[in-house]
Design a binder for this molecule. Structure first.
Ligand code: 13P
Length: 249
């Protein structure tokens, strides 16, 4: 079956108004195939500007995080309902930087995924192992320990509206991409794990690879059977490079 392909840009805490103009004017003129989606995830202050600069129906916006509550006294936090109000469609949840620096446990990530889905946002659920975990042969147990609480919380049926991004922590911002072979093997494992809950749903879930993806290595990665696109950090801040990655899927 042909799954939706997605290239998502995670700007992290980078960018400014000029970058919004540059990236969107470069992307709006691109033509993407029918089943392809480009998602721009700028820092929250720029979401509205990105949203209103979009003129291409294949481009959507995403947040980089949400709070698991609807509203209230949570200074500095962002609610999924506010994002929906801005026509934002996606939210990156459980990024390894948030897990490592902002105490996003897998249980909290599960709550955020549940709340995003209940609010009509599509989660881009990030999972991935550290270098030590890979060397210790713990990659698979790490990935299932990140997925299981989410499946337990929302149910596997809801994964029809979830995108999973496999981002090995050792490949993020390091220039050390997983080889296409390692990435495919790991994606196959992830899909197999989802299939152990529901084989049909597992076939529909877009699995993105993230970690030092660039214009040179993207084609080989995206050619793999279980890699349905990418979650791009550094290279999403350079329009010519990002355009090439978007076209490579
Ligand atoms: P880099 O592409 O900069 O390695 O970042 C990957 C990432 O963390 C995307 O979420």
């Amino acid at each position: 079956m042909s799954r939706q392909t997605i290239v998502a840009a995670n700007w992290k805490m980078n960018g400014n108004s000029d970058l919004v103009t540059e990236i969107l004017s470069g992307l709006n003129e691109q033509r993407f195939s029918d089943n392809h989606q480009v998602v721009i995830c700028p820092p929250a202050p720029y979401l509205a500007a990105v949203q209103s600069a979009i003129t291409n129906s294949k481009i959507a916006t995403g947040a980089q995080n949400i709070n698991e509550n609807e509203k209230g006294a949570y200074t500095g936090e962002i609610s999924a309902l506010m994002l929906k109000d801005l026509q934002v469609q996606y939210a990156i949840l459980g990024h390894s930087e948030r897990r490592a620096m902002f105490h996003d446990s897998s249980e909290l990530v599960a709550e955020k995924v549940a709340y995003a889905l209940a609010s009509g946002l599509k989660p881009i659920l990030c999972i991935g192992e550290t270098e030590e975990e890979r060397e210790a042969g713990e990659t698979e147990s790490r990935l299932t320990s990140q997925l299981a609480p989410v499946i337990a919380k929302v149910g596997i049926e809801k994964f029809k509206d979830v995108v999973v991004a496999y981002e090995p922590v050792w490949a993020i911002g390091t220039g050390k991409t997983a080889s296409a072979e390692i990435a495919q093997q790991t994606h196959e494992f992830i899909r197999g794990y989802l299939a152990s809950f529901d084989a049909d749903v597992a076939q529909t879930v877009p699995l993105l690879y993230g970690g030092s993806v660039n214009a040179k290595n993207c084609e080989e990665l995206f050619a793999q059977a279980d890699i349905d696109g990418g979650l791009i950090g550094g290279a999403s801040l350079k329009i010519e490079e990002f355009k090439k990655i978007c076209q490579a899927v």
